[in-house]
Design a protein around this ligand. Structure first.
Ligand code: ARG
Length: 589
């Protein structure tokens, strides 16, 4: 038997039986029943619950009456042992060992594939993430975008979609005219060896001077025209800026394990702009206004979308139209996600509206995935600040990440005696330091602001990446100590502890959490699921520390075999969840 929406893992037979019986017994569609069927807040109340309010309004009868009538008509079977009404709720009590062995065998069999589905097979999802501007350091928002984008990539991929990760590099615009003019004016920085910091400084220096001397603005404009015209000297310099910037970006991406399928930058779309502008003018959509070319959007309560400035230069916005059309032609996407900070929300509403007005039916598949700010707590003042360059502040991201790894290294060195044999402290420091950053970012709902706080992020007991990593390593250590093959045939009858049942329930929910994370474009759902699972596992584990009978590796052979199967399933699931977030799962800590 296979559940319609999740063809990779087999449906839970117990839940299926409840759904089947309900579909026969109540006047609701299977889909609505599925949406209503829930897990009661405590396991004593039951294993599944159907709240009868929706039925009550359908049948125009009191919900408690419906619940007790349904309970009365329920015929027990080997999968579902009992149904009982509690006020307006209908509770089901299931054959726990049966469900347990179903879930645990499933996880064991699927291993790294547990949670995966193929509902997205044959569909392309294009994800635009990170997408920084060259000749500047990677901004903190480009980091958040990269982390969220990479995770969404893995989440959609796990559901069978074919993902395309695009780094839409900002490599075009009048600011590069300024930079070229600055190089030519000052001549004290070698283009071949200029670092990104130097490029940034040159830009600032030139802009400051240009504020006093307007003729420099003209120089910059001319330099940009030379670049647009393909003049060799200007082009050569621009290529240098780009190569230097990409080298720096890639160093950071490598630290984070982030990659892309395409680096098609803004300049890639230049050759398409003339045709697009012509088309938009011809159709009457674009209009000249004070020498600029715009698409008026006041009918939709939006500001006009600017396509060309009075000085004839095109814009970021123009290139995004070309990029969207190009992506559609190339990928025929099911979904085109733009993981870009919340400050561009309005801009993406405009872009989508313009694409729609151009007659593109696929505009509805274009979606802005926004996110909040990343704030830093200042070590000296204790105040929060954002890492935005616009406020003149610059957070050197690479240094921030390195210092995190360094802090993790210190922490590991201090506890070297507790470190498991075979663990490499340096490799572990990188995995824990980076894992801490990634997890702390992704455990917060993306629309919210994230506060960057090393002490909190690296706390092995807090809701952190290292905490989840540590739980995983502990599971690995139990498996190593057991030193025996996990047997999927183990009888699950001995798993009678409430903590064990709670773990099984959580494991069973992983595939649906994965789907929900994709639907909500919300990696935090995975991160929070992992925290829940680890908390449940820790409770189980600490109980075992206090009481020998509750230990995984206990004396009774049958119990031990069943518990090993359970622990192994928890380990697989944590590892799968961490992979979806892009966090390493070291086996020894
Ligand atoms: N480069 C832009 C920025 O730094 C983000 C680009 C996002 N992607 C896009 N297709 N507009 O703000």
């Amino acid at each position: 038997m296979r559940a319609s929406e999740d063809p990779v893992s087999e449906a839970n037979p117990v839940r299926e039986e409840i759904l089947r019986w309900l579909a026969e017994s109540v006047p609701l569609e299977r889909q609505s029943i599925e949406a209503l069927l829930d897990v009661p807040p405590s396991a004593q109340m039951g294993d599944y619950v159907l709240p009868c309010f929706a039925l009550a309004s359908e049948l125009k009868r009191p919900p408690a009456e419906i619940a007790s009538e349904l309970a009365g008509g329920f015929v027990p079977n080997d999968r579902v042992l009992r149904a009982a009404a509690a006020g307006p709720y209908l509770n089901f009590f299931v054959n726990r060992p049966l469900m347990t062995s179903h879930v645990l065998r499933q996880v064991h069999e699927l291993g790294a594939d547990y949670g995966k589905a193929d509902s997205g097979a044959g569909k392309n999802v294009v994800i635009d993430y990170s997408s920084p501007n060259i000749a500047k350091h990677l901004g903190v928002h480009h980091l958040r975008s990269a982390l969220i984008g990479r995770s969404l990539y893995r989440i959609f991929e796990a559901l069978g979609y074919n993902c395309v990760g695009i780094n839409h590099l900002g490599d075009w615009g009048t600011s590069f005219g300024k930079l070229i003019a600055a190089f030519e004016r000052y001549g004290d920085v070698e283009a071949e060896s200029a670092t990104v910091s130097q490029l940034q400084e040159l830009y600032v220096r030139f802009s400051r001077e240009a504020d006093q001397r307007p003729e420099l603005q003209d120089q910059a404009r001319r330099a940009f025209q030379r670049l647009e015209g393909g003049e060799a000297g200007a082009t050569e310099l621009w290529k240098r800026f780009k190569a230097t910037s990409v080298t720096e970006f890639e160093r950071i991406y490598r630290m984070l394990g982030i990659s892309f399928d395409s680096y098609a930058p803004e300049s890639f779309y230049l050759e398409m702009t003339d045709e697009v502008l012509r088309r938009m003018k011809q159709s009457g959509l674009a209009r000249e206004s004070e020498d600029a070319l715009i698409v008026p959007l006041d009918d939709y309560g939006l500001p006009p979308y600017m396509l060309r400035k009075a000085d004839e230069t095109t814009l970021y916005a123009t290139r995004d139209i070309c990029a969207a059309e190009y992506r559609w032609r190339k990928y025929r996407f099911h979904l085109a996600l733009y993981v870009v900070g919340g400050e561009q929300e309005l801009y993406f509403r405009q872009l989508k509206k313009v694409l729609e007005l151009m007659g593109h039916q696929w505009a509805e598949r274009v979606e802005h995935v926004g996110f909040g700010l990343l704030k830093f707590r200042d070590a000296e003042t204790g105040l929060l600040r954002t890492g935005s360059t616009r406020q003149g502040e610059m957070i050197p991201l690479e240094e921030v990440l390195r210092s995190g790894v360094e802090k993790a290294r210190q922490k590991i060195r201090e506890n070297l005696d507790k470190l498991e044999g075979g663990a490499d402290p340096d490799e572990l420091a990188a995995q824990v330091g980076i894992g801490a950053v990634v997890f702390s970012d992704l455990s917060v709902k993306r629309a919210k602001d994230v506060v960057f706080d090393w002490d909190r992020m690296l706390d092995f007991e807090g809701d952190t990446g290292p905490y989840v990593q540590y739980a995983h390593a502990r599971l690995c250590s139990i498996m190593r100590k057991a030193g025996e093959e996990v047997s999927p045939e183990a009888d699950c009858e001995p798993l009678q502890l409430p903590e064990e049942w709670a773990l099984v329930r959580l494991l069973e929910r992983f595939p649906s959490r994965l789907r929900a994370a994709a639907e909500g474009r919300e990696p935090s759902m995975i991160a929070n699921y992992l925290l829940e699972l680890c908390a449940q596992f820790s409770a189980y584990y600490s109980a075992g520390m206090r009481e020998a009978q509750r230990r995984v590796l206990c004396g009774d052979e049958a119990t031990r075999a069943a518990r090993l199967l359970l622990v192994s399933a928890v380990r697989h699931t944590i590892r799968n969840g961490l992979a979806l977030l892009g966090v390493a799962a070291p086996e020894r800590m």
